[in-house]
Each structure stands twice: as structure tokens, then as C-alpha cells.
Design a protein around this ligand. Structure first.
Ligand SMILES: C[S@@+](CC[C@H](N)C(=O)[O-])C[C@H]1O[C@@H](n2cnc3c(N)ncnc32)[C@H](O)[C@@H]1O
Length: 296
């Protein structure tokens, strides 16, 4: 189906408004390719028809279908490996010290003592990779008085479609083969017919929520680590600045922001300083005073 300049301008303005994705002319084919099945299933004869409906009747269902169709959900277990190696070698021990310290200082927060957020987590491979590292570390080191319940991992995404898959925790052969070896597959999954089902102890560590990074998310609480990887590339600088400003306020004083390997916040925020851990650069918030003792 053809898409005129006006149709393209209207649909991309709508997409920018609802989820912040900054789509330029060079992505015209992609918009067509991703939205055409939706147009067909709703019986829209043209993009103008779709745009007209969107402007006349707010329809959350249609909106969610557009979000699910237009977002790029590429991900894999231990994607880009080195941030996870760094997390395992440098951060897991410190997060456990932090949990011990907060427990012994009667840290005011009830429930989990250390909180991690994977913003834009797609189908769940990223938060489950973090859960695998933490649970393995705990199993080996058995720190006194700290259990897996002292850690929480919030995983969020804007797309209801990928969130549903993440919650289900079921992956195909192809998906588990991207990032996991045979030993890891058997260790972390139960094979159920043709799918690999994440084991309940890992699934229990991750809570899934729908969060739009293009809206205010300052109510979600304080975090020690925020992973926000491979999504900022789709936003313009205005949106990125708003997101970084909110991240800096949500991070505890010693908290760290972990971006995708091609992403950085140079020129976009003065609220962070970069810190090198092993082969990775992470970002430390400069905004808050330390809470609950310990630092990363
Ligand atoms: C390429 S995936 C990255 C997944 C994972 N972080 C990784 O690095 O493997 C980008 C994800 O960002 C999500 N996304 C796009 N716009 C968003 C927004 N405004 N708020 C929250 N998530 C968004 C998409 O639905 C998609 O699942």
C-alpha cells in the first residue's frame, strides 16, 4: 500500500506523541511494512483512513497494536556479553554487600533491599540474564543473612505484546541459542515440548510492568541499577534528556545507569559521571545523597 508524504507525516507524528520514537523519511518502508498488516486486519483502505480514525476516536486497543507493530524488539540473552561480564565480576559482589549492609542498618525499605530496573526489556532476555547472574552468585557465595528475596528486578516495556512474552518466559530453540550454551540452557530452563520455559526461581525474581519512557515514571521508586539498553537510539535528544533527568532522580546515590554499547549521554545530561568497570563504562548519578549505606 502506498503512503503519501502527508500520511507519513501524520502517522509518525502520532507515533512520536505516544511513544517518543523519532522516525524520519528513511524509515518510510519500515512504517509501511510494519503497519500494513494492521491496516488490513482493521479494514482500513489507506493510511489516511487509519490517521482519521486515530484523530477522531481514542482507541487504546488500536494504539497498543500500533505500538507493538512499530517497535523494534531485538534482544538476546547476555546481549553484547561484556556489560554482563562486568556486572558479574564487579557489581554482583557489591550489590550483595549492599544488601547485607542495608539489612544490618535496619534500612527503612520493607521488602527487597536492592532494586534493579531493566527499562525497555523487550521479551525478557535482559532481566532474566541479570537474574541468572545474581542467583548463580548467591548460590556460590551464600552470603550470610541475604537471600534472593532481597533483590528485585523490575522489567518494563511499552509494548504489551513483548511484555506478555516476557511474563510467559518461554523461548524457542533459536532464542535460547542466542547467548546461552547447552549447560546454561539446561540449568536455567525446563524444556516443555518445543519451547524452553524459564525456571520458576528465576521467573519469581522478575516483576514485569508496562512503563512508557516517554511519560513520567518518577513514581516507580528508587533503584540501585538501571539498565536502559538499545532503546535510546530510537529517541531524539529532547526525549533522551527527559528520560535521563528522571533516571538521575530515581537512582540511589551510588546507583548506576547501564546503557547499550553504542549509547552514551554526552551532551545530554550533567547529572551523571562515567565510571569504568572492567571493559565497560557505566554512569553514576551525581544527584542524590547515599541511602541505606554501602556504595557500588
Ligand atoms: C531493541 S529492544 C532492546 C531490548 C533490551 N533492552 C536489549 O538491549 O536487548 C527496544 C525495546 O524498547 C521498547 N520501547 C520503545 N519505545 C519505548 C518507550 N517509549 N517506552 C518503553 N519502552 C519502549 C520496545 O518495545 C523494545 O522492546
Amino acid at each position: 500500500m502506498e503512503i503519501t508524504e502527508k500520511e507519513f507525516a501524520d502517522i509518525t507524528a502520532y507515533i512520536y506523541r505516544i511513544c517518543g520514537l523519532d522516525i524520519n523519511e528513511s524509515k518510510k518502508y519500515l512504517v509501511r511494512q510494519r503497519l500494513e498488516p494492521l491496516l488490513a486486519s482493521h479494514g482500513f483502505a489507506s493510511f489516511s483512513d487509519l490517521n482519521r480514525t486515530l484523530s477522531l476516536t481514542p482507541d487504546n486497543n488500536l494504539r497498543d497494536q500500533i505500538i507493538s507493530a512499530i517497535t523494534t524488539n531485538e534482544t538476546s540473552f547476555f546481549r553484547d556479553i561484556h556489560p554482563f561480564e562486568t556486572f558479574k565480576a564487579h557489581l554482583a559482589p557489591k550489590l550483595i554487600e549492599l544488601a547485607v549492609s542495608r539489612k544490618s542498618h535496619n534500612y527503612q525499605r520493607k521488602g527487597p533491599k536492592v532494586k534493579i530496573w531493566c527499562a525497555a526489556s523487550s521479551t525478557g532476555q535482559e532481566p532474566y540474564s541479570v537474574a541468572m547472574i545474581l542467583s548463580d552468585y548467591m548460590a556460590v557465595h551464600k552470603p550470610n543473612g541475604v537471600t534472593l528475596d532481597d533483590f528485585s528486578i523490575l522489567a518494563s516495556d511499552i509494548s504489551p505484546k513483548v511484555l506478555a512474552r516476557a511474563v510467559a518466559g518461554e523461548y524457542s530453540d533459536l532464542e535460547v541459542d542466542r547467548g546461552l550454551d547447552e549447560i546454561q540452557k539446561v540449568k536455567y530452563f525446563n524444556k516443555i515440548e518445543r519451547m524452553w520455559q524459564i525456571k520458576p526461581y528465576l521467573q519469581k525474581m522478575v516483576e514485569f510492568r508496562r512503563i512508557n519512557l516517554n511519560e513520567s515514571f518518577s513514581h516507580i521508586g528508587a533503584y540501585d541499577i538501571i539498565f536502559c539498553r538499545n532503546v535510546l537510539i530510537y529517541f531524539d535528544d529532547i526525549t533522551k534528556k527527559k528520560i535521563f533527568s528522571q533516571f538521575s532522580k530515581l537512582l540511589n546515590a551510588s546507583g548506576l545507569l547501564i546503557l547499550g554499547v553504542t549509547e552514551n549521554l554526552y551532551g545530554l545530561s550533567d547529572d551523571f559521571e562515567s565510571v569504568r568497570y572492567g571493559n565497560s563504562i557505566f554512569y553514576k548519578s551525581k544527584v542524590k545523597e547515599a541511602v541505606g549505606g554501602g556504595s557500588l
